[in-house]
Design a protein around this ligand. Structure first.
Ligand code: 5GP
Length: 179
């Protein structure tokens, strides 16, 4: 799942884990400092040195730099058949689609850029970050429309969870082996 920071990907993925069976949420690594009030396990918070060492060790499925911080998806344990949900930025989604073309990319969009700014401020992003992130978001939304298999507008988190859950369920039924 990709989409600009603040669009509500975290809320949607948490809802998906509750609503759909057999899914796991990947826990990313980041060099970004933890936000005030952010849960300790939102990410594996590491130093830049630790992160770059992990890159050299081939630990990540994909990684990207976003506004000066590094973010990466650790390679999952050998699969137990569950679907793995990645909550990543556009660069990460591009890398994943290239290396794992069978992946399903769902782009989450805000109802508008104004509303996205409101959500960023509500979660505590500083004013300077909001301006930078909105400029990035506008470009990324346009590119994501070309990359994504599906686009969901997050007007309301409950509806967005059910829209994404039904996309995944449909995809699962299309991919199930014929018996
Ligand atoms: P934030 O700092 O707001 O938590 O995240 C900034 C951006 O990085 C968001 O778009 C978020 O989805 C993305 N992100 C989080 N984890 C990863 C990751 O492992 N890989 C990539 N490529 N992006 C990530």
């Amino acid at each position: 799942m990709c989409g600009p920071g603040g669009v509500g990907k975290g809320t949607i993925t948490a809802g998906l884990v509750r609503e759909l069976g057999s899914v796991k949420l990947s826990r990313s690594w980041t060099t970004r400092p933890r936000r005030v009030g952010e849960s300790e396990d939102a990410y594996v918070f590491v130093s830049r040195l630790e992160f770059l060492r992990a890159v050299d060790d081939g630990k990540f499925l994909e990684w990207a730099e976003y506004l000066g911080n590094l973010y990466g998806t650790p390679a999952p344990d050998p699969t137990d058949g569950d679907d793995l949900i990645l909550e990543i930025d556009l660069q990460g989604a591009q890398m994943i689609k290239e290396n794992y073309p069978e992946s399903l990319v769902i782009a989450i969009e805000p109802p508008s850029l104004v509303e996205l700014g409101v959500r960023m401020r509500r979660r505590g992003d500083s004013e300077e970050h909001v301006a930078d992130r909105l400029a990035i978001a506008e470009r990324e939304i346009a590119i994501a429309r070309g990359l994504a298999d599906q686009v969901v507008v997050n007007e309301d988190p409950i509806q967005a969870v059910s829209a994404v859950a039904s996309i995944i369920s449909k995809e699962r039924s299309l991919r199930r082996p014929l018996t």
